[in-house]
Design a protein around this ligand. Structure first.
Ligand SMILES: C[S@@+](CC[C@H](N)C(=O)[O-])C[C@H]1O[C@@H](n2cnc3c(N)ncnc32)[C@H](O)[C@@H]1O
Length: 424
């Protein structure tokens, strides 16, 4: 009896915190984090094993309902509406059958993507979040490009003896799509896919928890203060594989007095998209179509920046990319900055484990821990100056310089078939 009272009081307290959360607790990142952890612990205590299993078994159905709702513009319609919409009105606006909207809608309510109200449906915070272009693009990419890979994944790993792919010629993605192209080349041949991916990368899932390096990393100290105009081609910052240039734009906005020239490099398709886009980058940002598997044409820049690039590739491809950067660097002056997840030894988050498995399936790449970053960069002839960790969730930044003591570099066994040519 006493326990029942306690549980009731606790439930009431949790309800009160939940009601206050949007205005109060969510403004305090530490309090929010603690509460999320507590509620996760509570949920895992209360959920029965069958509920955990069922939720996982139905996860594909959930994603399919979200993908259908995007096509029907259901999230936009509810977000634009002044109040709840009856099923009939929603079906009419979405050009759909009433009973179809009702059935998909019920699942979306269960998933908390929309609310049930007055016999119809209404928008909540998740509905509104789904109307952000990068969030919608992320759902499209994960469903349209990810699902066909997932379907083939168990057979692929059974066939390869449950090994991590060690060669870039081999991945569940290539197996699923029956292609020899890597994921980016494949996508650039499919109309609109690379554009959708680039929009997704602009904000990912628009996480307010995931810090960007421009929020905390001292780019001024590391890249701009010690820039020397007389060296190399006069660039202080070269971002390789920078996508649509959001990081560069944030950098220019944060450091308007940054010295030296700034350059964004990516594949021809992405650079063309930037030129065509109505959203203009700062005039300080130069762009260049460049394949990072070719020789780097910009020599002696103060900083070469790789964000979310190396996790895409096997060690073998990473060593090729790094060899091209190293060859262009001025010894004792240029810096390499790698912005990527640094995997914790335990308790990895969903963002970290999700991105790790995604890389395993799409590219044969992986998220690396401290030791793996040391192994990769040292094998490539770099010396790690410091691994900077964010003051919250987010990518770490690995600051590295050419290792002056290393003239030649041996490849580890796993990448022995890859020709890595580190010219001095
Ligand atoms: C995961 S995205 C990262 C984009 C950006 N750095 C970010 O963090 O948002 C990988 C980027 O690498 C680019 N890329 C893929 N293959 C490339 C290549 N061979 N040479 C240059 N860039 C390439 C893609 O076009 C894409 O913009």
């Amino acid at each position: 009896m006493e326990q029942a009272h306690e549980i009731q009081a606790l439930a009431q307290e949790i309800h009160m915190v939940a009601m206050r959360a949007p205005a109060g607790v969510s403004q305090d990142p530490e309090a929010s984090k603690r509460l999320r952890q507590l509620s996760k612990n509570l949920t895992s205590c209360l959920q029965t094993p069958d509920q955990v299993v069922m939720s996982t078994a139905y996860s594909g159905l959930k994603l399919a309902c979200v993908r259908i709702a995007i096509n029907m513009r259901l999230f936009d319609t509810l977000t634009r509406s002044d109040g709840p919409l009856g099923v009939k009105d929603l079906a009419k606006t979405c050009n759909a059958d009433e009973s179809f909207v009702l059935r998909v809608g019920r699942m979306l309510v269960e998933m908390r993507f929309i609310d049930e109200m007055d016999g119809g449906f209404s928008a909540n915070a998740v509905t509104k979040h789904m109307t952000i272009p990068s969030v919608e693009a992320g759902m499209k990419i994960h469903f349209d490009q990810g699902f066909p890979i997932l379907v083939h994944t168990p057979a692929y790993f059974e066939f390869n003896g449950y090994q991590v792919p060690i060669s870039e010629d081999d991945s569940p993605f290539k197996w699923a799509f029956n292609t020899t192209d890597d994921v980016y080349t494949h996508w650039s041949k499919q109309p609109g896919v690379m554009e959708t991916f680039s929009v997704f990368m602009q904000g990912m899932f628009q996480s307010s928890q995931w810090l960007a390096p421009t929020d905390w990393f001292p780019f001024d100290e590391v890249c701009f203060d010690s820039f020397d105009q007389a060296r190399g081609d006069g660039y202080s910052f070269v971002e390789i594989g920078g996508g649509k240039g959001d990081r560069m734009q944030a950098l220019v906005e944060k450091y308007p007095n940054a010295r030296g020239k700034l350059l964004l490099q990516d594949t021809p398709a992405v650079i063309e998209d930037i030129a065509k886009s109505s959203r203009k980058l700062s005039c300080r940002i130069e762009t260049m179509a460049y394949d990072f598997l070719d020789e780097q044409p910009i020599t002696g820049a103060k900083t070469y920046f790789l964000e979310n690039i190396l996790h895409n590739w096997t060690d073998g491809v990473c060593l090729k990319i790094l060899a091209n950067v190293r060859q262009a660097m001025t010894r004792g002056y240029s810096k390499l900055l790698v912005s990527n997840i640094v995997m914790p030894d335990s308790g990895a988050s969903l963002a970290e484990t999700g991105l790790d498995i995604l890389m395993l399936l799409c590219t044969g790449g992986s998220q690396r821990n401290d030791e793996q970053w040391h192994n990769l960069l040292e094998t490539a002839g770099f010396r790690i100056v410091k691994i900077w960790m964010p003051p919250g969730a987010g990518n770490g930044v690995i600051e590295a310089a050419v290792d002056l003591g290393r003239q030649s570099v041996e490849c580890p066994k796993a990448v022995s078939e890859v020709e890595v040519c580190l010219k001095e």
